[in-house]
Write a protein of this length. Structure first.
Length: 445
């Protein structure tokens, strides 16, 4: 998003923690001589600043601290990895960087629940600075014990029951809030939404909007993707057939072009992946193949492994978060199952379409904005929608997909058609520009 805004002639600075895996020399970052000195949690902290600029002209600011940031892979871990001092230190450092250079910025755009702490802190430190907060998944809100509020630098707005919610603090202090899907934004404000932060989202009213993100064609392009064994485009799909055969061979599945290949990508925490596992016995009785990439471990992995024990020629499971395999799986698949994903955090439905795989998503979920349900002749549509998060509804959708695949000529035409859908960032950029203007205008500037 930053580089697209830069191409639209905006000056953009991107701020991130300096994680241990970031190579400052490779990015040609310069370390500032003056450190940031902060008070947090009743003690003094010192942070280093590394600055640079990428080849797209986006300014880079990395905040380093050996004690809590260098050892992290992300701010947004779960369980024991969720560290209040880590989130609080980064938010305080970012707020101080912005305060010191306030005249250089017209607006601050925070992404995700951890960055919501920056929005909340700026409300106190720099109340005249307009802010926009993008929510990727409302179920991930950064909940801490009440005693951790001081560590994160939050006030009473973060109180939520017996603890504090970082996301809630950001929702109540941001000038505008966006999600990646109009459908998802609507769902968050529906009267029947009983999620923990439902009241906070409903109180936003028109301040909440759904602005879909695009996908980066430099990363997601089957005509140039180095993770694929063969390249293809909407006008020459032969390479996709080769990708499918290669994946089948590598995973010891029967190499067959006449069987539909369903890919499914998710984590052990996804309700949709659990739903897919439940219908596994009924679905795999059909002449189909299913490849699952599952992040995490535990009971759900064991359930999928039991399915493999029974149908090793129809299902394979790969655990872990292998980005290269994700590209290869989407490139080989005829369908990508994104069951139960209400929050469109990675736009998997767009990536599937870009690679000629029809997404299978829930009708009122956050991924459905980009999917038009295919009718029986396949002359219209760009994916398959199912109505409810039930085994019956999902199984019916998968069986509809298998039936559509059997119509060989029409199915190849719909694959080519969905690959030509425009998922660029240009329209999104214009919508964000309008959102920025509204946020700035709300301050009377």
């Amino acid at each position: 998003m930053a580089k697209v805004l830069r191409r639209a002639d905006h000056t953009v600075d991107l701020v991130s923690p300096l994680y241990g895996h970031i190579d400052s020399a490779k990015l040609a970052l310069a370390r500032r001589l003056t450190k940031l000195e902060l008070e947090l949690g009743g003690r003094a902290w010192s942070c280093e600043l590394y600055t640079g600029r990428n080849h797209d002209g986006v300014g880079l600011i990395f905040i380093g601290n050996e004690e809590v940031l260098l050892s992290a892979d992300a701010l947004t871990g779960e369980g024991e990895q969720l560290d209040a001092s880590r989130v609080g230190l980064f938010a305080s450092a970012v707020s101080e960087v912005i305060r010191q250079s306030a005249s250089d910025y017209d607006i601050v755009h925070a992404h995700g629940w951890a960055a919501a702490a920056v929005v909340a802190q700026l409300q106190s430190a720099l109340p005249d600075m307009p802010t926009v907060l993008t929510v990727y998944d409302a179920s991930r809100q950064g909940r801490f014990d009440a005693r951790d509020a001081g560590w994160i630098g939050l006030g009473d707005e973060a109180r939520d029951g017996d603890g504090v919610s970082v996301l809630k603090a950001g929702l109540l202090t941001a000038d505008r809030v966006t999600t990646l899907s109009p459908n998802y934004a609507h769902r968050l404000q529906r009267p029947d939404n009983d999620d923990e932060l439902a009241d906070a989202f409903r109180e936003l009213g028109p301040k909440l909007g759904g602005l879909r993100h695009g996908i980066d064609p430099a990363l997601w392009n089957p005509a140039t993707d180095g993770n694929l064994p063969a390249r293809f485009d909407p006008f020459d799909m032969e390479g996709k057939d080769k990708c499918k055969a290669e994946l089948q061979h590598d995973l010891t599945l029967p190499v067959r072009s006449d069987v539909p290949l369903f890919g499914a990508i998710g984590s052990v925490d996804d309700d949709g992946m659990a739903l897919l596992a439940k219908i596994g016995p009924d679905f795999l009785r059909n002449d189909v193949q299913l490849v699952v990439q599952l992040e995490g471990d535990g009971e759900l992995v064991a359930i999928y492994e039991e399915l493999w024990d029974q149908w090793p020629d129809r299902i394979q499971i790969k655990t872990g978060n292998d980005e290269a395999f994700r590209h290869a799986l989407i490139g080989a698949s005829d369908f990508v199952v994104a069951a139960g994903l209400e929050a469109p955090s990675d736009n998997i439905q767009m990536r599937a379409q870009r690679y000629g795989a029809l997404p299978i998503v829930q009708r009122d979920g956050g991924l459905a904005d980009e999917v038009v349900d295919c009718e029986a002749s396949l002359k219209t549509g760009s994916g398959i929608l199912y109505d409810e998060a039930t085994t019956r509804s999902l199984l019916s959708a998968l069986q509809r997909g298998a039936a559509a695949f059997a119509n060989t000529k029409a199915f190849r035409e719909v694959q080519s058609r969905v690959m030509r859908i425009d998922h660029s960032w240009e329209r999104t950029t214009r919508l964000y520009e309008r959102t920025y203007r509204e946020a700035i205008a709300s301050h009377g500037s």
